[in-house]
Design a binder for this molecule. Structure first.
Ligand code: SF4
Ligand code: MG
Length: 328
């Protein structure tokens, strides 16, 4: 196994006036070179906090990683100094976000911004860095890259800006790319092009990708594996095809049923009833039980563990012997 990232029992909590929120509560998974893992869930499920924890960018002082390990290339990121971490960010692990306009600096040209990353992390000269920036823009399918490097972010369309972000994120050839809702702000056609581009680049460069999204269509398009999160915990994790064709966890099943099917009348859309619990007041027992149509008595006071079941992992008493998973 060519494992590049191994997250073990990660716990990231927020300490606020309203109480302690276990935003990420014992999350474990691993990711191999050249693979794409889709992380899915409703907002507040902990998917973004998981990715920010890996980069050690959780907002302090409220947010704190209180336990676990994040093994990246055989070192525990949680044990590195802030300076060592700065070296890894944007270099060995890069991130792209939903809205490129907020990540690109409006007062510098696109070329200068990519070149800056290359000079910082790769020690390239200004000239070499600009040359490499042009190459990167070409790689992400931006026409006339020699001219585009001299342009400012506002001169580009949303789709082109996201391509620039991808070029910047990949310029140092990172082993891991974390993409948090990278196509959400784009229209459907551009979204499809960007996803296609990411797939191509992954194959070409062997980058491992963590794709964080609330959109199951995006996962179906690009991911090899999918991990479903609910209320700070992983509830199901397995190969994309398998999970889509036969979801095991009742929450996953609900998500699958809520995918709009254009052949169906919109009225026929099934949605999961109820609300995501507040992270300050998690229900006792299985966190999904107030919304679960299969809930049994045991589910109300005992928390199910994450267990292996056939080709995947699932956290539900329908698939596991009923034993308490102490403290998890
Ligand atoms: Fe539903 Fe019980 Fe499974 Fe939770 S453990 S998802 S409440 S059946
Ligand atoms: Mg998010």
């Amino acid at each position: 196994e060519d494992t590049i990232l191994e997250v073990k029992d990660l716990r990231t909590h927020f300490f606020t006036d309203e109480g302690v929120a276990a935003a990420v509560d014992g999350v474990s998974f691993s990711l191999s070179r050249g693979k794409t893992l889709g992380i899915v869930g409703e907002s507040g499920c902990g998917k973004s906090v998981t990715s920010l924890s890996i980069l050690r960018l959780v907002e302090e002082p409220a947010g704190k990683i209180i336990g676990g390990e994040i093994i990246f290339k055989d070192q525990d990121l949680l044990k590195l100094s802030e300076e060592e971490m700065r070296d890894i960010r944007g270099n060995e692990i890069s991130m792209i976000f939903q809205e490129p306009m907020t990540s690109l600096n409006p007062v510098f040209t696109v070329g200068d911004q990519i070149a800056e990353v290359l000079r910082l992390h790769q020690g390239l000269s200004k000239n070499d860095a600009i040359q490499k920036s042009i190459e990167m823009l070409r790689l992400v399918g931006i026409p006339l890259p020699e001219r585009r490097v001299q342009e400012y972010p506002h001169q580009l369309s949303g789709g082109m800006r996201q391509r620039v972000m991808i070029a910047m994120a990949l310029s140092c050839n990172p082993a891991l790319l974390i993409a948090d809702e990278p196509t959400t702000a784009l229209d459907v056609t551009i979204q499809a092009q960007i996803l296609e581009l990411m797939k191509d680049l992954k194959d070409k460069l062997g980058t491992a990708i963590m794709m964080i999204t609330h959109d199951l269509g995006v996962v179906a398009e690009v991911a090899d594996e999918v991990m479903i999160m609910y209320a700070g915990k992983v509830v199901e994790h397995g190969p994309v095809q398998a999970v889509f064709s036969n979801p095991l966890h009742p929450y996953t099943e609900g998500l699958m049923n809520s995918i709009p099917d254009i052949t169906l009348d919109l009225e026929a859309l099934e949605t999961i009833e109820g609300l995501v619990p507040s992270i300050y007041a998690m229900p006792k027992g299985c966190r999904f039980h107030p919304r679960c149509k299969y809930a049994m008595d045991i589910c109300k006071d005992t928390q199910p563990g994450l267990v292996s079941h056939e080709d995947r992992k699932v956290r539900c008493f329908r698939y596991s012997p009923i034993t308490e998973e102490a403290g998890k």
